[in-house]
Design a protein around this ligand. Structure first.
Ligand SMILES: C[S@@+](CC[C@H](N)C(=O)[O-])C[C@H]1O[C@@H](n2cnc3c(N)ncnc32)[C@H](O)[C@@H]1O
Length: 270
């Protein structure tokens, strides 16, 4: 009799990739580089500011907050924030960080089911999260349904859809990643992951393949997301920009490189 291997849940895989002591800044251009970080912070302030000016309050759901790098900015802009986080250790950091804050509630969400709850919110923010969610289109569809009239949706820091990108864009992106990755050690592991990805074979028990779900596969489809958002909001703005881990290549790419990453800001829910 052959034994069927027990597949870890997506929550367990996210937790392995974002375990205790995880450094969210290390591989994250939007935390490491001032220009990308400011882009995210400015979008957060625009979104929360408009809603607070109009309605006097902003009930915001932040999906996958990590260690809460951007949550403080949401609070500073005037939001009451519910943060969700799939990884238990990261949720514990969030609870500790925001203990005693009347403006932040933390929900540990190992199943990713909080997204599919009902209950109105004024804004939803996903920063570097959609590419972790296998069925991100249905997640966004559902989240949009929860946003109250006048509300907004913001997603930042996902890889542009690979099949729509030029060879130059893909090669610059992959080359920049490879150069940075060489400086990180663990080459054997890095090489094995690279070979699997090139062959289009994914290991369902390996967090490198499963947690960065759409980075490893085809990127995130910005046009499909726009199609979901456009009928529901009065304005949908797509920002394409360059982001990479290395500081030098970030500066070079901002000047000369083609965009590889995107953000979407949808305002004024109908
Ligand atoms: C790349 S990190 C980004 C963290 C944070 N937003 C930031 O920008 O620093 C992605 C985070 O999303 C969490 N995550 C992935 N899928 C999730 C889901 N469906 N619900 C809640 N959290 C999720 C992961 O555990 C991880 O901490």
């Amino acid at each position: 009799m052959t034994e069927t291997p027990i597949r870890p849940s997506i929550g367990e895989l996210q937790e392995r990739a974002h375990g205790e002591g995880h450094d969210y800044a290390k591989g994250s251009p939007h935390i490491r580089h001032h220009s990308v970080r400011e882009r995210v912070i400015s979008a957060v302030h625009t979104l929360v500011g408009e809603i607070v000016d109009r309605g006097g309050q902003c009930r915001l759901l932040e999906v996958g907050a990590g260690h809460g790098t951007f949550t403080d900015h949401m609070v500073a802009a005037g939001a009451r924030v519910e943060v969700t986080e799939m990884s238990g250790p990261s949720a514990a950091v969030l609870r500790h960080r925001f203990r005693g804050s009347p403006h932040v509630t933390v929900t540990h969400d190992p199943e990713g089911s909080e997204i599919f709850r009902s209950g109105p919110v004024d804004a939803v923010v996903c920063i570097s999260v959609l590419h972790h969610i296998p069925d991100y289109l249905s997640a966004v569809n559902h989240l949009v349904g929860r946003i109250a009239p006048g509300g907004a949706f913001l997603s930042m820091q996902d890889p542009l859809w690979y099949p729509r990108r030029s060879g130059l864009s893909m090669n610059a992106d992959r080359g920049a990643y490879l150069l940075w990755r060489l400086g990180q050690g663990q080459w054997g592991r890095g090489l094995a992951t690279r070979v699997r990805r090139l062959r289009g074979r994914y290991d369902e028990s390996n967090e490198a393949d499963m947690s960065e779900y759409h980075v490893v596969r085809q990127g995130v489809d910005e046009v499909a997301l726009q199609k979901i958002l456009a009928p529901a909001f009065q304005e949908v703005r797509l920002q394409r920009y360059w982001s990479t881990q290395s500081g030098v290549l970030q500066s070079l790419g901002e000047r000369f490189g083609p965009p590889n990453t995107f953000g979407l800001l949808a305002r004024n829910r109908r």
